[in-house]
Design a protein around this ligand. Sequence first.
Ligand code: M6R
Length: 369
Amino acid sequence: EKGGYDSFMEKEINEQPKAVEETLLGRTDAEGRLALDELRIDPEELKNTSKIIVLACGTAAYAGQVAKYAIEHWTRIPVEVELAHEFRYRDPIIDETTLVVSISQSGETMDTLMAVRYAKEQGARTLAICNTNGSTIPRESDAVLYLHAGPEIAVASTKAFLAMVTASYLLGLYLGQLRGQLFTGQIKDILADLHSIPSKIQSILDNADQIKDLARRMADTPSVLFLGRHVGFPVAMEGALKLKELAYIHAEGFAAGELKHGPIALIEEGQPVFVVVPSPHGRHSLHSKVVSNIQEVRARGAKTITVAEDGDDAVREFSETVFHVPETQPLLMPLLTTVPLQIFACALAAEKGYDVDQPRNLAKSVTVE
Ligand code: M6R
């Protein structure tokens, strides 16, 4: 049942090319335009969305943070991302023009469900991005975008995360199309890049040995820091969460720009720091800023491990180890840069002899508040 892998998690990491492919499948019409007819919300109503609030917990919330960058860029609709359990307790500003997008693998997370119910009561339109057909959150929402990633058994979310990010991109493109914010040509280009992602993930999986070797050598590490910027920031948070959950290692993700506002004080000789490096081809290139961050921590003795685009030679000099990922457009990078971090956490936990599918104290779906 584990398909020859040692764990469901490893199997699910390896199913990611397929998961992304399935999420993309059948969501365009013959002219190559987004066709999300399944959404069941009047397109006119969607078009007039004044604000989007994304609600989720854990890994799904990090997918929501990635979604914010893409959806705001493509639609010019303001997007807030909120942990579902915080949402109801802050008197949020909602009306009928607010689109509340919940993201949940299980569709049963109680915190997220309660937040969706609250949003509905306040008059918002609710759209669920969900992996589990017929589960409670999509049943109670006005619209649903299913991930089609297939069942996820391991407690730590991997393929559902990539599928959530993919589905969020589809939603962003669809809204951008409805509002005339994106031209058909632009949509086609982005979709073409999305369709090339599965084979790029596969190439990362095919080169996983380098990551696994590093994980084995780092089994005794007491703490790991993760830095990222722009869409790399939620990826850093996700990398840290995976390591906490699976390997019980103290791990923190930071926005690289925050470093000098505090976290740099943590750096001492030998401290491992993972850095998710933005594309050197980004529109407003943050690349050189992040390279400076790598130099700053390295100068203070950090052991720097970078996740960088193929051909990014600038990081090599300052990295103890570089994991390369294939090139794609900057907003889509999380679909690739997350993968080495998942493989790392899984391999490190396995090296320590832990049960990677059922980490201590955790449940696959959290059905209590
Ligand atoms: O089923 P959901 O996507 O709503 O679950 C949300 C979180 O509980 C979940 O992502 C959790 O953080 C995972 N254990 C992460 O690996």
